[in-house]
Write a protein that binds this ligand. Structure first.
Ligand SMILES: Nc1nc2c(ncn2[C@@H]2O[C@H](COP(=O)(O)OP(=O)(O)OP(=O)(O)O)[C@@H](O)[C@H]2O)c(=O)[nH]1
Ligand SMILES: [Mg+2]
Length: 338
């Protein structure tokens, strides 16, 4: 039935998303530029960099300069997190493309899962890379130091808490939160293991000062790496609808109890307002009170359902995967699934 619904309206969807200006997606507050400087100065005391990114946007949105300005020649592991929300059927394509970009070690994780296999391989891999690397000024140092970097809200602090819980003691050592921008500065190092002693350094989420293109900015916003208000909640809801239709993913029709897919965000939100009784009282130009649908609230609701995985698992970078199906490079061995 779903395919029929999709088939019927297939050609009626927008194929381009307009509206947003690039500068509305710019978010580079003071704590980010300060964070980059703090990371660079901490670098001489670091043996390995773990970069965390959202597995739903594995290619786009990563800070373009991490590898050049922060990682340098130090051992580097890319952790693609929130696997519980990501479409796994693209895993090999993603790994091949990242390998081609020079990113050798890729691990998939889900920090919400207690049995995450990626999590189990991460620390042994980091130790191995450090022990086989040239530690330059740090060869006399017995303890290892790892810095966790990445864009906002991808799970950097969650990773540190998980590492510490699994290898040392229970309880959160660093603050976690659902909004981008929770960690504001490079914190003091946190011990996560004994024998060898391993410290990690949490860092604030850092975005590029320049958003590469509007699509990248919107994808970052959709997965929560940019705060919603920077794009506008209703614009973001519209971009979500555009994305779902473009990927021919019509799960939202059932979840929202709609009759059929739609390309109109106003129609979708009005229906959501009626079903969930989302209204607000406003003053009209004639100074009278009127009840109207609360589109802001409905937009938040729609986005929240996507981020909770209610519309299914997604790869938002499908259009950026260049690797052909028959051309996998499966040489990378550090692949772990939940
Ligand atoms: N679904 C899902 N949510 C996760 C996962 N890991 C972390 N989260 C959630 O993602 C949100 C952000 O987590 P944090 O650990 O604070 O992320 P961060 O990268 O430190 O964020 P900033 O400090 O703001 O840059 C929190 O609501 C976490 O509970 C995961 O594997 N899956
Ligand atoms: Mg944090």
């Amino acid at each position: 039935m779903m395919a029929n619904i999709g088939g019927k309206v297939m050609n009626n969807f927008r194929d381009k998303f307009k509206v947003v200006r690039k500068d509305t997606l710019q978010w580079f507050p003071g704590h980010m530029s300060k964070g980059i400087k703090q990371m660079q100065s901490a670098l001489k005391r670091i043996d390995c960099i773990i970069e965390v990114h959202d597995a739903r946007i594995p290619i786009s949105g990563r800070h373009a300069n991490f590898k050049k300005t922060i990682t340098g020649v130090k051992p580097h592991i890319l952790v693609l997190n929130k696997l519980d929300l990501a479409d796994l059927s693209y895993k090999n394509h993603i790994i091949s493309q990242l390998n081609n970009e020079g990113i050798e070690h890729v691990i998939f994780t889900n920090f919400n899962s207690q049995v995450c296999k990626g999590m189990k391989t991460l620390l042994p891999l980091a130790k191995n890379l450090i022990m086989n690397s040239n530690r330059y000024n740090r060869t006399a140092e017995d303890s290892f130091s790892i810095m966790i970097v990445g864009v906002p809200n991808v799970g950097k602090s969650s990773l540190i808490n998980r590492l510490r819980n699994e290898h040392l003691q229970k309880g959160n050592a660093t603050k976690v939160g659902a909004i981008a921008g929770i960690t504001r500065s490079v914190l003091t190092r946190i011990k996560i293991s004994e024998e060898p002693t391993i410290y990690v350094l949490d860092t604030p989420g850092i975005l590029s000062p320049e958003v590469k293109d509007v699509d990248t900015g919107l994808k970052l916003a959709l997965v929560g790496c940019l705060q919603d208000h920077l794009v506008g909640t209703m614009t973001l809801a519209d971009y979500l609808l555009f994305t779902l239709n473009k990927q021919r993913r019509f799960e939202y029709v059932n979840v929202l109890n709609l009759l059929e897919p739609t390309d109109s965000i106003k129609k979708l939100l009005t229906s959501l307002c009626l079903k969930k009784r989302l209204f607000q009282r406003v003053k009209t130009v004639h100074n009278q009170m009127s009840t109207i649908p609360n589109y802001e609230f409905a937009s938040q609701n729609f986005i929240k359902l996507f981020r909770a995985g209610e519309f299914g698992k997604f790869c938002l970078d499908k259009d950026l995967l260049k690797v052909r199906q028959d051309n996998h490079d499966t040489s990378n061995k550090e692949i772990e699934l939940i």
